[in-house]
Design a protein around this ligand. Structure first.
Ligand code: AQP
Length: 343
């Protein structure tokens, strides 16, 4: 039987990039051919700790994330939604896997290397120790990710192209474990999310991100229509006239074209969008884009409001989700304990 696992960090309000690159795909996976598969979607709060978090905000963000996932269409009757830290087996399996994970390979992970490159205090490997606030958890979080996946013996993992490297590491770790001990883990396969990465509205060469400092760099799923219109109106473009798609020469407008196509959905292509707006100037195109985003997000926002008015509902979903996840996690970790000799 197929088991699908994926996670999202409660590091803020999810944005349009998270929606188009992950959440909307999770909803379709859940709604197609449900007979053969188990689906688990985790709010991965242990991963969030790899960067500094305010404890009260983190607590609130987890509940908000669950509310938004459900409002977007994740149905707790079809998919298990749960908080990672409620299942302590994640951390325990991560430790066991840490003891076989290849150190060198972790050092080559792009997420780690990009952190090193963006931290201006680091000029040599020695500086990592002395000057930076980087923690060991940030270095080894792909191992925790492998544990998240292998704990449930997931067979499929929906991923964006930036996560392929981490999934490959999970497969390598599973293979190593299976050879060294007993072949208990299936090798997880990627379900590659189609469509391009949504970039920041301020710096179109960086991806849209929950934790980027400027709120104007992203469209949060909870932004009211006037804010959406304003953010799109103010977003970076270039001085070239008209609408065209050329990510190298015109990254900003190309990002808006991709967003338009992805939000419209129904197989709308980049070419369709460019053809439809060939006579528009940038401002007119931005207004049209804001309109399609608002039309997509308003029903989700109404559903968030409705869910928030149902006292205790989200807590109940998360408790029940944790109970279902725990049944699988306990059983699989027991098996791991047996084969490695802890029990
Ligand atoms: N800009 C994006 N475009 C398309 N997909 C995206 N995802 C994230 N940003 C974009 C996808 O969303 C899923 C959940 O991501 P995550 O919260 O686990 O971590 P992330 O990729 O690091 O996302 P953020 O928003 O940038 O969070 P922070 O700022 O906390 O690091 C993943 O499937 C991811 O591919």
């Amino acid at each position: 039987q197929e088991l699908i696992f994926s996670g999202i960090q409660p590091t803020g309000i999810p944005h349009l990039g998270n929606y188009l690159g992950a959440i909307s795909n999770w909803v379709s996976l859940q709604n197609t051919d449900t007979r053969r598969k188990n689906i688990l979607y985790s709010i991965v709060d242990l991963h969030a700790l790899t960067l500094p978090q305010d404890p009260n905000i983190l607590r609130e963000s987890k509940k908000k994330m669950a509310t938004i996932l459900i409002a977007c269409g994740i149905d707790p009757r079809k998919s298990v939604i749960f908080e990672q830290s409620k299942i302590s087996e994640h951390a325990e399996l991560a430790w066991i896997l840490n003891c076989i994970a290849p150190f060198g390979e972790l050092g080559r992970m792009t997420h780690w290397k990009s952190k090193l490159h963006t931290d201006k205090n680091i000029k040599s490997p020695q500086d990592i120790e002395s000057t930076s606030g980087l923690c060991l958890g940030l270095f080894s979080y792909p191992v925790l990710q492998a544990a998240d996946i292998l704990l449930y013996k997931a067979t499929h993992v929906p991923v964006g192209d930036d996560q392929i490297q981490h999934l490959q590491l999970a497969r390598d770790i599973a293979e190593k474990f299976n050879k060294k001990f007993n072949p208990i883990f299936p090798l997880p396969n990627p379900i590659l999310v189609s469509g391009s990465r949504i970039m920041s509205l301020r710096q179109p060469t960086q991806k849209m991100s929950k934790s980027a400092t400027s709120d104007y760099s992203r469209i949060n799923l909870t932004d009211p229509p006037t804010t959406i219109a304003l953010k799109i109106k103010k977003c970076t473009t270039d001085s070239i006239k008209g609408v065209s798609y050329d990510p190298t020469e015109r990254p900003a407008i190309s990002n808006l074209v991709s967003m338009y196509a992805a939000v419209k959905g129904n197989s709308t292509t980049i070419e369709d969008v460019v053809a439809e707006h060939k006579d528009s100037n940038t401002l007119q195109f931005k207004e049209a884009l804001a309109d399609v985003i608002v039309a997509q997000l308003v029903p989700i926002q109404k559903e968030i409001e409705r869910l928030e008015s149902e006292v205790g509902y989200i807590e109940k979903v998360l408790d029940e989700g944790a109970e279902s996840a725990r049944i699988i996690a306990e059983q699989n970790l027991k098996e791991v304990h047996r084969v490695v000799g802890l029990r």
